[in-house]
Structures are given as C-alpha cells and as structure tokens.
Design a protein around this ligand. Structure first.
Ligand SMILES: Cc1cc2nc3c(=O)[nH]c(=O)nc-3n(C[C@H](O)[C@H](O)[C@H](O)COP(=O)(O)O)c2cc1C
Length: 217
C-alpha cells in the first residue's frame, strides 16, 4: 500500500516539507510504503493546452501526452492508496510549481461533461497541507481560503474524499534580524514555532494515518 507526498515548496527542510514528512510518518505507522517527491527537483511546465488527453480515440485520451519528469510520476499515482500535496501559499495561491503540477495531473482526468465528472480509474483519498505566513484571520480576510476550498473541491471531484490542513503564521526566515520585515514580531513568531507548529505536526501525522487507513471516512 503506497502513499506519495508532493512538496510544492522550494525548501526541502522547512515548514511544508516538515509537515509532509510527519504526514508520511503517520501513513507509515499504518503500514504504508511512502515516498516524498520534491517538485522543485523536477523539470516540467504546466499544461500546454494540446488536448491530446481529450482527443477522441487518441492514444493519449485520459493521459498527459507531454513527456518530461512528470511522466513516471503519473504512472505511479495509478497505484496508490492516497496522495498528499503540500504547498506554501505564495501571493494567495499554491506555488507556481504546485499549480503547474496540478494542471498536468488533474486535467487529463477531468472530462468536459455536464455535470463534470472524473475518469480517474478508482477512488483514492487525498490530503493537502498548506503553510502560510498569514494568520488564519488574515488568510480569510484576503480570500486565501477560496483558493484552498477550490483545490479541495477539484481533488474530491477527481479522486474522492479529500481533507485539508493549514499551518498558519509560520516561521519564515532563518534569522529575522537579517531581513527587512517590520510586520513580524520575531519573538512571537519564535514562540508560535515552538508552541503551535508541533501541534500542526501532530495534525499532519494524524492526517497521514487517516489517509493510509482503508475504511476510514
Ligand atoms: C514568494 C512568496 C510569496 C508569499 N506569499 C504569501 C502569501 O500570499 N500569503 C501568506 O500567508 N504567506 C505568503 N508567503 C509566506 C509563505 O507561505 C510561508 O512562509 C510558508 O510557510 C513557506 O513555506 P516553507 O517554509 O515550506 O518554504 C510567501 C512567501 C514567498 C517566498
């Protein structure tokens, strides 16, 4: 039983990656074979609108025809119990690397039917972990939650049940004294990192465990 996580942060050891590692530990605690893929290590672009995946009787119907570093990953996702996505919020949405990945992964399984459906061959569970510099209140005020719910809706439509975890007000810089960021109080940030982030890590672990269990939800 396999669970794959995708890190949409360029940083391999920071907030998003740490939470994904915890989620995979949770999945592993249920016996899953786990794999963490760093999207910034891969060479690919977003959807090029070739519509090979939508061409009637075409050899790529329902599959992405572009050949690059995502090609072997698209084969792997046919054989998983669940997928876990992780991304920082950049300018109100998931990172460009994660957006491009989602376009390529999701669009081939999304037929232009009315009502919209899915041609992904089975139901799997998915989870999405976001990290944000903003507090929960700021994120709502600025409408980031709309983007987050839209992604959840898309993942539910294509793959099945999906859950979301947000880690707010993250510790962003190695050394706050070296950056110009008067909006942040370094002490408050450090305190949150010490007190709240570990709780988010626990939530990520539980999420990973739930996603790996077969009959839960
Ligand atoms: C280019 C860039 C844009 C960002 N935009 C936002 C934003 O719109 N809203 C927000 O809450 N945080 C924003 N952040 C902060 C990150 O989302 C936050 O620090 C996140 O936890 C970083 O993830 P990482 O530690 O895994 O790299 C931005 C950071 C960068 C580098």
């Amino acid at each position: 039983m396999k669970v794959i996580a995708f890190n949409g942060s360029p940083r391999k050891k920071w907030n998003t990656a740490t939470l994904l590692e915890k989620a995979l530990e949770g999945a592993s605690s249920q016996g899953a074979e786990t794999n963490l893929i760093h999207l910034y290590d891969l060479n690919y672009k977003g959807c090029i609108s070739c519509f090979a995946c939508k061409t009637k009787e075409g050899k790529s119907y329902g599959r992405c025809a572009v050949k690059d570093d995502l090609t072997p990953i698209f084969k792997k996702i046919l054989d998983v119990r669940s997928l876990i996505f992780g991304s920082p919020i950049y300018l109100g949405t998931a990172t460009g690397q994660m957006r491009s990945f989602m376009e390529r992964m999701v669009f081939p399984f999304l037929p232009y039917t009315d009502p919209p459906g899915s041609i992904f061959p089975k139901k799997i569970k998915t989870g999405f972990i976001y990290t944000l510099g903003a507090t929960e209140e700021m994120a709502k005020e600025r409408g980031f939650d709309h983007h987050i719910s839209l992604n959840e809706m898309i993942l539910e439509r294509i793959f099945g049940a999906s859950e979301t975890l947000c880690s707010y007000d993250t510790y962003q810089f190695e050394d706050y004294s070296k950056v110009f960021a008067p909006r942040f109080d370094p002490e408050k940030k450090a305190q949150r990192r010490q007190e709240i982030f570990p709780l988010d890590c626990e939530k990520a672990f539980e999420m990973g465990a739930r996603l790996a269990r077969k009959d839960e939800w």
